[in-house]
Design a protein around this ligand. Structure first.
Ligand SMILES: [Zn+2]
Ligand SMILES: [Zn+2]
Length: 403
């Protein structure tokens, strides 16, 4: 499962590896049990019950009902020391599973198509290992089982409920199983890993009329078309070309008949970027472009623009901790992949705004076993070998940080 280290591992380290390897069948069993009963954000009741039963049976102190369905487990060493948090999200997606597997989703129209069942199993495995090895670290480990990552977001309400306090968390780590990387790799980097997620919805209010008499109307379709094009100049002309950003109009609706000028057009879209400095510029430009074009054409508009998740920004020190630990676990030629940024978003970003930390990708694709479909695909599945790797990385991070 995990290749042995080129330098001989210490007795402690090889004992850890064999104990985690022995845990592998249970990790798979838990993951499949969770996979069979996926639940949408803030409705993870069966999931929370499953986690609670496990924590209780291992004698791990925990708090339930945090931000509705979230759970925080606290594992303290026999000695005081630093506090490291580990975050796992646990929600599923409104997707009908198309995999023909024994552990296929039993909930119609709901599926663990992002791997959060695996994240929960890895966090449980880590909790179970640490609870039995409280002498191998100092301080406290908090394991945060978070609801609703896929939206509307469970991280922020959990922070507001005080999960990073009492005892105060010094650093946080978390991982995403990642089918964009092959099994046996870890995507880790300092700085921006994932993008900010922002959304907008606009209505262009023109004046309808006859398709042959445009001079009597304000054509919302023509106005909307200009806006769609002009929005692309935000990235092309206003954002520093060294930076990355995306403005996508995903929906555009107007009109009812080919010979009628539509009085209203509706559009919605998403904005992504890494640099937090763009949090002001882009929304401003979106509104200026819509307002300016509407004004020049005699149309009116209304606009809703909301900032869903900030960018995921890793702390250099904690990223280095994860990188050094992971390179002892993953030893393939491409083992550590720093070029792993994505314009996808994650509400892990709120935790990383509050305390230093690192979010990283654990490669989970295995095309030879047909386990390489993209996330959020009805055939998504991952190589479960990654589960044990995830536990080993977390446990080694704990032993290194809390030492
Ligand atoms: Zn997802
Ligand atoms: Zn996800």
């Amino acid at each position: 499962m995990i290749s042995t280290s080129s330098s001989p591992p210490s007795v402690n380290s090889s004992r850890m590896r064999s104990e985690i390897q022995a845990l592998q069948p249970q990790l798979v069993e838990w993951r499949r049990r969770l996979h069979e009963r996926p639940e949408l954000g803030f409705r993870e009741h069966l999931t929370a019950e499953f986690i609670t039963q496990k924590l209780q049976s291992w004698g791990i102190e925990h708090q339930t009902g945090v931000a509705k369905t979230g759970i925080v487990a606290t594992i303290s060493s026999t000695q005081p020391g630093p506090v490291l948090a580990i975050r796992a999200d646990m929600d599923a997606l409104p997707i009908q599973e198309e995999n023909e597997v024994s552990y296929r989703s039993q909930h119609d129209g709901v599926m663990h198509a992002c791997g959060h069942d695996g994240h929960t199993a890895i966090a449980l495995g880590t909790a179970s290992y640490l609870a039995q090895h409280r002498d191998d670290f100092i301080g406290t480990v908090k394991i945060i089982f978070q609801p609703a990552e896929e939206g509307p977001g469970g991280a922020k309400p959990m922070i507001e409920a005080g999960v990073l306090k009492n005892p105060d968390v010094d650093a946080i780590i978390g991982l995403h199983l990642w089918n964009n990387l092959p099994l046996g790799t870890v995507g880790v980097r300092s700085g921006a890993l994932m993008a900010a997620v922002e959304c907008f919805r606009a209505r262009i209010l023109g004046k309808g009329g006859h398709g042959a008499m445009p001079h009597q109307t304000v054509d919302s379709v023509v106005v909307a078309a200009q806006i769609v094009n002009a929005l692309q100049t935000i990235v092309a002309r206003h954002v520093d070309p060294i930076e990355s950003a995306v403005v996508t109009v995903g929906e555009l609706h107007a009109g009812t008949a080919l010979n009628v000028i539509a009085d209203t057009a509706r559009m919605s879209g998403t904005v992504r970027y890494f640099n937090p400095a763009l949090a002001e510029l882009i929304p401003q430009r979106v509104e200026q472009i819509i307002a300016g074009i509407c004004q020049s054409q005699g149309a009116k508009y209304d606009l809703d623009y909301w900032q869903l998740y900030p960018p995921v920004i890793n702390d250099a020190g904690i990223a280095e901790l994860v990188r050094s630990v992971a390179s002892g676990v993953i030893e393939t030629p491409v083992g550590i992949v720093p070029e792993c940024q994505t314009m996808g978003g994650e509400d892990m970003s709120f935790f990383l705004q509050a305390v230093p930390g690192c979010y990283f990708f654990l490669g989970s694709a295995n095309p030879a076993k047909n386990l390489a479909h993209p996330h959020h695909h009805p055939h998504f599945d991952f190589d479960e070998t990654a589960l044990g790797m995830g536990v080993e990385i977390f446990v080694r991070c704990v032993e290194k940080f809390c030492s």
